[in-house]
Ligand binder design. Structure first.
Ligand code: GNR
Ligand code: NI
Length: 170
């Protein structure tokens, strides 16, 4: 098991469109375990492979309070969307910033699980929001892309400044 380094906005690698997983094998299951360890350690409620610079269509999530409801979604595809929900979203790749984002409230999603079995899941609320946020990562999209250009630029400048100051102190 390993905790992986999470890329941060505006790293251009976060803009990569991930490639479908061809085979679900033991190598992939090692990556899945590392994604869970990295997500729980952060802590976060979801993590896409894109965020650790692995450009495969794979995400993990656990929105439960007790951290006992892990889901892994390989090659996820949203089949149906319905309703609107606004959530204060954050992102491990945009640390420290939370902004309201509008998403579908209910989704039906098809994916492969860690054994390569095809699953269809209907879900709503925070799990639905998180899955949509993570699929965006697999498509190179970040929650800040839903904000105004001015807000996105302000967040980028502040993160770049923080990073420069961290480099001076280190
Ligand atoms: O930890 C996270 N919290 C969160 C809160 C509201 C909506 C989405 C998320 S996902 C985020 C972890 C992350 O960056 N996943 O990509
Ligand atoms: Ni994110």
């Amino acid at each position: 098991m390993a905790i992986l380094k999470i890329l941060e906005f505006p790293d251009p690698r976060l803009r990569t469109h991930a490639t479908p997983v061809a085979v679900v094998d033991d190598g992939l299951r090692v990556l899945i375990d590392d994604l869970f360890e990295t997500m729980y350690a952060a802590p976060g409620i979801g993590l896409a492979a894109t965020q650790v610079d692995v450009h495969k269509r794979l995400l993990v999530t656990d929105v439960s309070v007790d951290k006992d409801a892990p889901y892994v979604l390989i090659n996820p595809e949203i089949l149906e969307k319905d309703g609107v929900i606004v959530t204060d979203e954050g992102c491990l790749s945009v640390p420290g910033y939370y902004e309201e984002v509008e998403r579908a409230e209910h989704i039906k999603v098809r994916f492969l699980d860690r054994d390569g079995a095809e699953i269809e899941l209907e879900t709503e609320g925070l799990l639905a929001v998180c899955i949509q946020h993570e699929i965006d990562h697999l498509n190179g999209r970040l929650f800040v892309d839903y904000l105004s250009e001015a807000k996105r630029l302000r967040i980028r400048k502040k993160l770049e400044k923080e990073r420069r100051q961290a480099a001076v102190v280190a």
